[in-house]
Write a protein that binds this ligand. Structure first.
Ligand SMILES: Nc1nc2c(c(=O)[nH]1)N[C@H]1C(S)=C(S)[C@@H](COP(=O)(O)O)O[C@H]1N2
Ligand SMILES: [Mo]
Length: 401
């Protein structure tokens, strides 16, 4: 981490306070910006979080589904959810280096590379993926299934679709000299160490199989054609398309490649339900506020989206009567495909449903998606104490007035 310099300058235009400077000297270089932001009332996240777009969960921010523009397929970074274990660091791109090392490399002492060289040396690629937190939907374990799970009480807004720009991890590993018997890769972030119940458990990091690294994993510097925002991993993050959000380490400072299975609390203690969680499940959401008040009309056209970590969506069935009767939603032609030559990956599906002659009063809207591999959404999600992978059909209350 010594090669990376965190810029000590004003954050949100505020001068560095004496308190912040003193605190930083005692507890580490990344705490200065944190104290400044705390003084500004925004302790963890730098970008603005207007209440119309986000639900504030402290160090995390959730996108409001009613603020999603049905005419825009990709999620702008300004509207993308944020999940921070600690605080967004401010990293100087000019001195930033990524260190790659481990006994899974031919030369175990490893290599390090700066941003300019990374851009110059490797073929640029674009990949669209659905970016989602493992705990998305967690609050429904409590509100829909009567069993509370611990963690951020996300509704369904810890998700977005992003077209990432960067380079293939496999190209970088080939250059670094990966051994044939390497099995495990682990990225670590440059954000402050995570402290769990008073114990410093080190930087946020999580191992994944070499197979994913050599398949479609990316080192991304851009999202939707713009540089990553600080909150989303500037200057460089891992992206593991279709996998749990924790796999996509932000502010990537270190990559270890190993010939034995690596482990960390983020695959052993957390994000683990009888094994480390990998591919995201199938989920759906209506582009409506919770408890929406809908104007009575002869026909109401409602919109939503469905997605799966494994594959594109094949069909979506909807019910406007709490699940008694179902009909297929109209899937919109896919608009998530990039125009660039090298675009791959898959996005979410947008859909709509015309609700004819809705009667005044309270109703529950349901949507159930199935992906092209036949994975679908159950009526009840399998409970686990940390509330991961809530994939059941959500019962969305609305009132027709
Ligand atoms: N270094 C680092 N990487 C991280 C995290 C973090 O706290 N620190 N959070 C992870 C989790 S749990 C998720 S869901 C995603 C969130 O990415 P986003 O904030 O860009 O939406 O980043 C992952 N990568
Ligand atoms: Mo997450």
């Amino acid at each position: 981490m010594t090669e990376n310099h965190v810029r000590r300058r004003s954050v949100l235009g505020l001068p560095i306070a004496g308190l912040a400077a003193a605190g930083a000297a005692q507890v580490g270089p990344l705490v200065g910006p944190f104290l400044e932001r705390a003084a500004a009332g925004s302790p963890s996240i730098i970008k603005p979080l207007p209440a119309a777009w986000f639900t504030d969960h402290g160090t995390n921010a959730e996108t409001r589904w009613e603020s999603v523009d049905p005419d825009r397929h990709l999620t702008p970074q300004s509207r993308l959810f944020v999940r921070n274990h600690t605080v967004t660091p401010v990293i100087d791109p000019d001195t930033y280096r990524l260190r790659i090392h481990g006994d899974g490399l031919v030369r175990a002492q490893g290599v390090s590379i700066g941003l300019r060289e990374l851009r110059r040396r490797f073929r640029h690629v674009e990949v669209t993926s659905v970016h989602e937190c493992t705990g998305n939907g967690r609050s429904f374990y409590d509100t829909q299934q009567g069993r509370k799970a611990s963690g951020t009480p996300w509704t369904l807004g810890a998700v977005g679709a992003v077209r990432w720009q960067g380079v293939r991890l496999r190209d970088v590993l080939a250059w670094a000299g990966v051994r044939r018997d390497a099995v495990s890769v682990q990225g670590a972030g440059l954000d402050p160490h995570h402290v769990d119940k008073g114990v410093d458990v080190g930087p946020v990091r999580r191992p994944f199989p070499i197979g994913k690294a050599l398949d479609d994993a990316l080192l991304a510097w851009g999202a939707n054609g713009a540089p990553l925002l600080p909150d989303h991993g500037f200057p460089l993050r891992l992206v593991l398309p279709g996998w749990v959000g924790i796999a996509s380490i932000k502010w990537l400072g270190d990559l270890e490649v190993s010939t034995s299975e690596l482990t960390s609390p983020w695959n052993a203690q957390w994000y683990n339900v009888g094994g480390p969680l990998g591919v995201n499940p199938v989920r759906s959401a209506w582009e409506l506020p919770w408890d929406a008040q809908l104007p009575g009309a002869r026909a109401l056209t409602l919109t939503g989206r469905s997605w799966s970590g494994a594959a594109p969506i094949a069909r979506v069935d909807v019910s406007t009567d709490g699940g008694t009767t179902w009909s297929p939603a109209r899937l919109h032609p896919e608009r998530g495909r990039g125009r660039g030559r090298r675009t791959s990956g898959h996005s979410w599906s947008q859909w709509s449903h015309t609700w004819r002659s809705p009667r005044a009063g309270a109703h529950e809207l349901l949507a159930r998606a199935t992906d092209v591999r036949g994975r679908t959404q159950p009526d009840i999600a399998a409970y686990n104490p940390n509330g991961y992978f809530f994939d059941a059909v959500v019962r969305h209350p609305v009132t027709v007035v």
